[in-house]
Design a protein around this ligand. Sequence first.
Ligand code: NAP
Length: 269
Amino acid sequence: MSLGRMEGKVAVITGGASGIGKACALRFAQEGADVLIADLVAERCEAAAEEVRRTTNGRALFAETDVSSEDDIAAMAQRAMDEFGHIDCVVAAAGVSSASYVSGSSSSGDGGFNGELLNLPLESCNRVLDINLTGVMLTDRIVARHMVAQGTGGSIVNIASSAARVPLPGAADYSVSKAGVAMLTHVFAMEVAQHNIRVNAIGPGFIATPMTQGLQDDDEGRQMMLGMTPMGRLGTAEEMANTALYLACDESSYTTGQTIYPNGGLYAG
Ligand code: NAP
C-alpha cells in the first residue's frame, strides 16, 4: 500500500542491488521517492534500477560503488546531487558476512560463521570492518555533508544487525562491525541533530536474502537460525524495508539515535 510517504524525496541506497537494500529501493520508490542505487557491480545495479522504474513511478539511477572507497562514495553522492538536486535520505545497507563471502553464491555454506578469531587472518578481518563499519561511516558523513549544505535536514538509516548485541561465535569481525554501526548511529545522531538530520539504525535478525543463502541451504544452519528466533521463521527483505521506510520518512520525525531490531523476537527471552 502506498501513502506517498516519500513523495518529493531522494534516497541513496548502498547495497541497493540485492536483498534488504533492493527491497528498500523498491519500497521507497512505491512511496514516491526517487532513488539512486549504489552497489559493487554495475550490471546488477542497473538491473535493480530498471526493476524500480518498471514497477513504480519513481526515477531510479545507479552508481557502481565500493563503499570501502571514499572516492567512490563521494562520486556516487555527487551523481545523486547532479541528477536529482538534493538528497533527503540514505540507507547504508552494503555489507558482507565475511571477507570471503560472495553474495548470491552459497560457496561459503556456513554463511560466514567459520572465522574463529584465533585463526582469522588480519586482512580478512580488516576487509569486513572496511566495508561494514568504515563504509557506513564514510557513507553517512559524505551524504550528511550534502544535507548540511542544502539546509533541509534529512534521514540516515544504517543497517546494523542483531549480531550487534548477540555474540555469534565464528563471526567476531562481523559482530564487532555491526556493534560499531550501532554506536556510530548514536554518536552521529547527537552530532548532526542541530542540522535536523536524524540518524537511526536497523538490526535485522535472520533474513532470507542471498547473504544467508548458505545457512538456509544447510540443515544445521537453518535449524540454528530458526532455533534462535521465537517467531520460528526468517524475516523477509520487505519487512526490513518497511522498518527502514518508517525511519526514513517523516512519520518518525522525532526519532533519532535509535536502533530498531526487527528480529522475530530474538531478543525477547
Ligand atoms: P545481500 O543480499 O548480500 O546484499 C548486500 C549487498 O551489498 C550486495 O549487493 C553486495 O554486493 C553489496 N556489497 C558488498 N560489499 C560491498 C561494497 N564493498 N560496496 C558496495 N556494495 C557492497 O545481503 P543482505 O542480507 O541484503 O544485507 C544487507 C545488509 O543487511 C548488510 O549490511 C547485512 O550485514 C545486513 N544484515 C543482514 C542480515 C540477514 O540475515 N540477511 C541480518 C542482519 C543484518 P555483492 O552481491 O556483489 O557482494
